[in-house]
Design a protein around this ligand. Sequence first.
Ligand code: ATP
Ligand code: MG
Length: 251
Amino acid sequence: MEVLKMAITIQVSNLQQGYGKTIVLKNINLTVHNGEILGLIGPSGAGKTTLVSTIMGMLTPQKGTVTVMGQRMPNRKLLAKIGYMAQTDALYSTLTARENLNFFGSMQGIASDKLKTQIPYAANIVNLVPDLDKYVKDYSGGMKRRLSLAIALVSDPELLILDEPTVGIDPELRQQIWAELHNIADEGKTILLTTHVMEDAEQSDQLMMIRNGAAIAQGTPDQLVKDYQVKTVEEVFLKAGRMQDENNRND
Ligand SMILES: Nc1ncnc2c1ncn2[C@@H]1O[C@H](COP(=O)(O)OP(=O)(O)OP(=O)(O)O)[C@@H](O)[C@H]1O
Ligand SMILES: [Mg+2]
């Protein structure tokens, strides 16, 4: 098990990323091992989605490199091994939830007999079993988020990349989802998620805080709380932000 955990799933080295001439992320370095849950936090517009899109291979790095499971990204072949939940739901509203799960599952290369067990499994994690045969156009916003999460889970991927998976999810269900994310990580799978919710950050094995294009703090929640001599992850984040502002003023 320990050997499994040591393997590297995601390696980001000296990444600079942005859009056109705009630079959003400067010199990001990140290593995520098998079986680890990495939480990415930072203010709105900090570049969380930009970073996860780059790791997914939807954007090519401006500078630096991203490797996933030893392969340089972008790499289409790896997409079958990644379960991705985008920040904006991309669902077929004229299909039912079950049909969406079937469609995206087969796109991921899952055989139809495996899908027959995976669809109820994934739907159950997000409490959508009773609504599987409803049309997505009749879903609430939170139900759509939950369906997007189920789609990311349906292929039983080696790597889960979840962009704000807990938005629109009530506290009880959030706990249930976290319990399953820990189970998945215990199987040696890797999870990268972004969040604004401190409870999510506290559940992560490793945290990376990005602000003004830079990683301002990285480590386990416990270690960060200790290092910053504060009581909560939220206070770490606030203190690291103030320290970054101080440094920028002194530059
Ligand atoms: N397609 C794009 N073209 C140009 N600029 C973009 C594009 N997508 C994002 N940006 C810019 O890049 C910066 C980072 O955006 P990003 O979506 O990565 O932030 P975020 O941390 O995910 O924010 P949020 O918490 O609001 O989701 C922002 O300044 C945004 O305006
Ligand atoms: Mg985002």
